[in-house]
Design a protein around this ligand. Structure first.
Ligand code: NAD
Ligand code: DAU
Length: 347
């Protein structure tokens, strides 16, 4: 099997690539990534010399390049994670999200459709998507696979659009696909623009912790390695043309999560109790901020037997330990452009 993973130098993609390279020596894993600000080959240093791994630097928006690599490597499967992934950036630059998330996805779909048109048996296009396409929940209820799409941010609108294209290629051209919509991931290698790694980095550096609005927004958190396991399972065992929701059964209001993070950080850094909580600072809210996401992951649990393997407290402790042990990684990704981004967003 020749497998193309897109976005494999990013947060979730790097865990997926590592899992596939280590679990399937008989497959060849190609990691296609443009190495944007979010892509980092350091994430894969432990496996980048493996015999069954090849890195391809390229942009999914470049249709000519995409067609060339499909022709050359004749992929049997695609696991598509490459995306612009940060909601706040989508508010300042929506077009970047249209290019990568929509046009990039359609380029990959065209290439897969054309390559597999004579024989699509045992071929699979796996599109990795988000629970944000379903919009926002009130205090009650859960997103299921049949919840209507209702995206509120340019990021979620672009992901919703890409999901629709994937389904449309299944219906129109018979493209074999599976699609998953997952909740908020956290864990090692998470770029410190997102809540948990940004706050870990700020606590280490005694900087303010910018909580948007009243901090009562709710997210469902999943440890990234559990997501990578779910992706492996759905890629191999998921039913053709099906969607699966993936979530942690683990809802937290932001402010409660931040307080737990502060407690664990104080203990690990040997700082007096409540030191980090003193850094909490309520700041202007994100425009169009979705109140609550919560996933009903019973379909993947019942059909494929998947469930998260770690509790949130365990996962958070593993995450903090990783950041404290990988200070060089954190320093590298927070130098240069990151400083300018931070100033623009938070000053
Ligand atoms: P990320 O931002 O950490 O990584 C994205 C990767 O894609 C980077 O390596 C980047 O270089 C690459 N990339 C971006 N534009 C590209 C382009 N035009 N061509 C080729 N490569 C490009 O993202 P992530 O958090 O790992 O998310 C991966 C996927 O999972 C995304 O599709 C995202 O929508 C989805 N998702 C993320 C979460 C989450 O909580 N992070 C939850 C559910 C779904
Ligand atoms: O739900 C899945 C989605 O989760 C993924 O599709 C996205 O790619 C991923 O970025 C994530 O989106 P969120 O917007 O939920 O994640 P973020 O870490 O940006 O924010 C989590 C919550 O924390 C959200 O309510 C906004 C809030 N927040 C975030 C930041 C960066 C703050 O209060 N302060 C901050 O500085």
């Amino acid at each position: 099997m020749q497998i193309l993973v897109t976005g494999g130098a990013g947060f979730i993609g790097s865990h997926v690539v590592r899992k596939l390279v280590n679990t399937y020596p008989e497959y060849h894993i190609y990691n296609l990534d443009a190495l944007t600000y979010a892509g980092n080959l350091e994430n894969l240093r432990d496996i980048d010399q493996a015999a069954n791994y090849t890195f391809l630097k390229g942009d999914i928006v470049d249709a000519h390049y995409i067609n060339q690599i499909f022709e050359k490597h004749r992929f049997d499967g695609v696991i598509h994670l490459a995306a612009e992934s940060h909601v706040d950036r989508s508010i300042t630059d929506p077009l970047a999200f249209v290019h990568t998330n929509i046009i990039g996805t359609v380029n990959l779909l065209n290439a897969a459709r054309d390559l597999w048109k004579e024989d699509s048996a045992n071929k699979r296009f796996y599109h990795v998507s988000t629970d944000e396409v379903y919009g926002s929940l009130g205090a009650e209820g859960l997103f299921t696979e049949t919840t209507s799409y209702d995206p509120n941010s340019p990021y979620s609108a672009s992901k919703a659009s890409s999901d629709h294209f994937v389904r449309a290629y299944g219906e129109t051209y018979g493209l074999p696909y599976v699609l998953t919509n997952c909740s908020n991931n956290y864990g090692p290698n998470h770029f410190p623009e997102k809540l948990i790694p940004l706050f870990i980095n700020n606590i280490i550096n005694n900087k303010a912790l910018p909580v948007y609005g009243d901090g009562k927004y709710t997210r469902d958190w999943l440890y990234v390695k559990d997501h990578a396991d779910a992706i492996d399972l759905v890629f191999h065992k998921g039913k053709n043309h099906e969607t699966y929701n993936i979530g942690g059964f683990n809802e937290w209001q932001n402010i409660d999560l931040v307080k737990l993070l502060c407690q664990q950080m104080d203990e690990k850094l040997g700082r007096p109790k409540s030191t980090s909580e003193g850094l909490i600072s309520y700041v202007t809210d994100r425009p169009g901020h979705d109140l609550r996401y919560a996933i009903d992951a019973s379909k993947i649990n019942q059909e494929l037997g998947w469930k998260p393997s770690v509790t949130f407290e365990e996962g958070l402790a593993l995450t903090i330990d990783w950041y404290l042990a990988n200070e060089e990684w954190l320093n590298n990704v927070t130098s240069g452009d990151y400083q300018a981004y931070y100033e623009k967003m938070y000053s």
